[in-house]
Unconditional design. Structure first.
Length: 178
């Protein structure tokens, strides 16, 4: 399992606590690789990065995230609900993952994904209630479909900041449901 951790608050993140509790439910033999985006040297794509993509030398270290994502058997993305979607660092990461010829391509005029994963799990926590308007999940689900991953499962906790005295209780109740 490839875990993409975009929990900007680090150890204080409720989203991190939530997904780590999920990982504890997996069989001990499940291999898990965690990429903590806040610890990576990610930057938005530059003109040179785009030229590098166009050259298609996918063995270049620049494409390590795309190769890793393509080869993962299952993917878990953890990102708090942030300004109607997720922290911008996740967008920067996804730009590095979406590479024509590596993670997706075109066949007979249609987009075809090359990723091995059959399922993507999306863990998120929200201060308020967003319901069907979790634009972060919707975006990730669309990107996953483009990359050939057609099952996206949301694990979302809402209303955590409405009554701060209940924050931990809400989190623990959702963890107990895993």
């Amino acid at each position: 399992m490839l875990v993409i951790d975009c929990c900007i608050r680090g150890e204080e993140s409720a989203t991190r606590t939530y997904y780590e509790a999920y990982l504890e439910t997996l069989p001990a033999s499940t291999p898990v690789e965690i990429v903590k985006l806040a610890e990576e040297a990610l930057t938005p794509l530059s003109a040179e990065d785009v030229r590098r993509r166009d050259r298609g030398d996918f063995d270049d270290a620049f494409f390590r995230y795309a190769r890793q994502f393509r080869e993962a058997d299952e993917i878990l993305i953890a990102a708090p609900f942030w300004d109607l979607s997720f922290p911008s660092l996740l967008k920067v990461y996804l730009e590095q993952v979406c590479v024509t010829g590596l993670t997706f391509g075109y066949e007979d005029g249609a987009c075809v994904g090359y990723c091995k994963a059959k399922r993507l799990l999306y863990f998120s926590t929200c201060g308020g209630f967003v319901g069907e308007n979790h634009l972060g999940f919707e975006y990730v689900k669309a990107v996953a479909a483009m990359l050939g991953i057609h099952s996206c499962v949301p694990y979302v906790i809402e209303g955590m900041d409405i009554d701060p005295s209940r924050r931990e209780q809400i989190l623990q109740e959702k963890i107990a449901e895993l």
